[in-house]
Design a protein around this ligand. Structure first.
Ligand SMILES: *Cc1c(COP(=O)(O)O)cnc(C)c1O
Length: 508
């Protein structure tokens, strides 16, 4: 009997029939038996397992079980995934195939350099390409994520000021619209975080910046386009203010999708850039990994980069550890290699023109969506009125909440009922009831039309029959979770044992 996946699928431990098998183990040869002797007797008694409760199933039952579970999942290969700031674009399958090639997947970082010349060349080239795209002097590929790149950037800023004997620079300036990792990274690197407000355009308030800089300023961390998707037009002036005060400019380049091939952080005056290649350069990154956050720097910061640096002497590629001013190592070996292979595959398959076109389409998709959402009751577009957005936009459902009691969280849950993934919500913090939406370059016009239509439908419901969005979702595997309980160590349910205890006797 065909059965769709449903909420609370049985555990594999709860399936099967005693004695059923999905495999047959070959008989052990007498010869081996004699050579090994009685293995069990050699294991100390207190370490011997007396009982082993493995599920007993046939192969087809196992396949069906996991296929059903996979149907409870949602991913970018299934539908729209418009998480603002996270850039969930489609990841071409050829990237995966190349990263899975035996010659790529089975090499080992302890191998002699002479045997991994191809891998070193790939890293060398990816570094060069990313330096070109960002306008930096050199790029290290080592950081494992965006936040790791930020932390490295902060360490580089500290190393630079120390090198110059400038020991009092302990303040990092960060706008209130920043991604949460920025202040966290700065604080972890030992800086005091100085928050400056955004103006009505959602950009940096220049007067507030002028007032914030001093001889204690280590640097400014900035995203441009910012988290509202708005380009900081006064970026050159901002760079002058910070440099004039002796600070450095750090560019959070997690989201290069709206600008690559169009403008470069280096040309805007930035000294350090991290790039989330798992966002912009197409590595699947749901669930927290895997990723890579390469960091580019201007020439005066080159000597502080972590070791090793992949170098080329005209004949062979090698690892340069001989860098006396380096801040040292920030992770094992050279970086998250398989992710960098996907980056290389993506950049090569797109080419310079293709990357620029991707940026253009991602911006077009954002602004097309905003046009569709104009005059839809309940949502508005705070900050930067009339300004175009780049890779993403941030709507506010505050008017809807005030009029109907339906909040952004309810809209997000109701979208799930329509088989759509919700956008990023409640970020950036400067927007009330924020819905942060990013379709990326890989979404189709039809899907954007549909998304806007359903957002309109939910708004209509909010104003006519709010019980629907308020009680959503109603047709997903799991109903509305208790956010607090779901992350509380006492009630969090991580293993099948806890799951069973919790749901024992529950309806299935
Ligand atoms: C995703 C993101 C980060 C953090 O990147 P991770 O790889 O998740 O550590 C930082 N800044 C912005 C703007 C981001 O969107």
């Amino acid at each position: 009997m065909f059965r769709q996946a449903k909420w609370r699928e049985p555990l594999i431990f709860e399936l099967g029939v005693k004695g059923r098998r999905g495999f047959s183990v070959p008989k052990v040869d007498e010869e081996i038996k004699n050579a090994v002797g009685n293995v069990v007797e050699r294991i100390p008694e207190n370490l011997r397992r007396v009982e082993l409760n493995l599920p007993e199933l046939s192969e087809v039952e196992v396949v069906r079980h996991y296929t059903r579970l996979s149907q409870m999942n949602y991913g970018v290969d299934l539908g729209v995934y418009p998480l603002g700031s996270c850039t969930m674009k489609y990841n071409p399958k050829i990237n995966e195939e190349l990263a899975a090639l035996d010659d790529v997947a089975w090499i080992h970082p302890y191998q002699d350099e002479s045997t991994v010349q191809g891998a070193l060349k790939l890293m060398y080239l990816v570094g060069k390409w990313l330096a070109e795209i960002t306008g930096m002097y050199r790029v290290t590929l080592q950081p494992s994520a965006g936040a790791h790149g930020e932390y490295l950037g902060c360490m580089l800023i500290r190393a630079y000021h120390r090198f110059n004997g400038d020991l009092n620079r302990d303040e990092m300036i960060i706008p209130d619209s920043a991604h949460g990792t920025n202040p966290a990274s700065a604080a972890m690197a030992g800086f005091k975080v100085v928050v400056i407000p955004s103006n009505k355009d959602g950009c940096i308030d220049l007067e507030a910046l002028k007032a914030a800089v001093s001889d204690r300023t280590a640097g400014l961390m900035l995203t441009n386009p910012n988290t509202l998707g708005i380009f900081e037009e006064h970026i050159l002036e901002i760079a002058d203010i910070v440099h004039g005060a002796g600070g450095l400019l750090y560019y959070d380049g997690a989201n290069l999708n709206g600008i690559m091939g169009k403008v470069r952080p280096g040309d805007m005056g930035f000294d350090i850039v991290h790039i989330n290649v798992h966002k912009t350069f197409s590595t699947p990154h749901g669930g927290g990994g895997p990723g890579a956050g390469p960091v580019g720097v201007v020439e005066k910061l080159d000597k502080f980069l972590p070791v090793p640096i992949v170098e080329f002497d005209g004949e062979k590629y090698y690892l340069d550890y001989n860098r006396p001013n380096s801040i040292g190592k920030i992770r094992s070996f050279y970086g998250n290699f398989s992710v960098l292979v996907k980056t290389a595959a993506y950049i090569l398959s797109m080419g310079g023109k293709g990357l620029r076109e991707a940026a253009e389409i991602s911006v077009l998709n954002t602004n097309y969506f905003l046009k569709l959402m104009e005059n839809v009751r309940g949502y508005d577009l705070p900050y930067g009125s009339g300004k175009p957005r780049k890779h993403e936009c941030v709507l506010s459902a505050e008017p809807m909440r005030r009029a109907t009691g339906v909040k952004t969280l309810d809209v997000a849950k109701r979208l799930l009922d329509h088989g759509l993934h919700a956008p990023t919500i409640y970020f950036p913090l400067i927007v009330k009831e924020a819905l942060m939406i990013e379709f990326t370059d890989t979404e189709t016009k039809e899907n954007i039309d549909e998304y806007a239509n359903i957002m309109r439908k939910i708004s209509d419901e909010a104003y006519t029959d709010p019980s629907k969005p308020l009680s959503a979702p109603s047709n997903t595997s799991v109903k509305r979770l208790d956010d607090v309980k779901a992350s509380h160590p006492r009630t969090m349910c991580l293993s099948w044992r806890m799951y069973r205890k919790r749901f024992k006797g529950a309806e299935r």
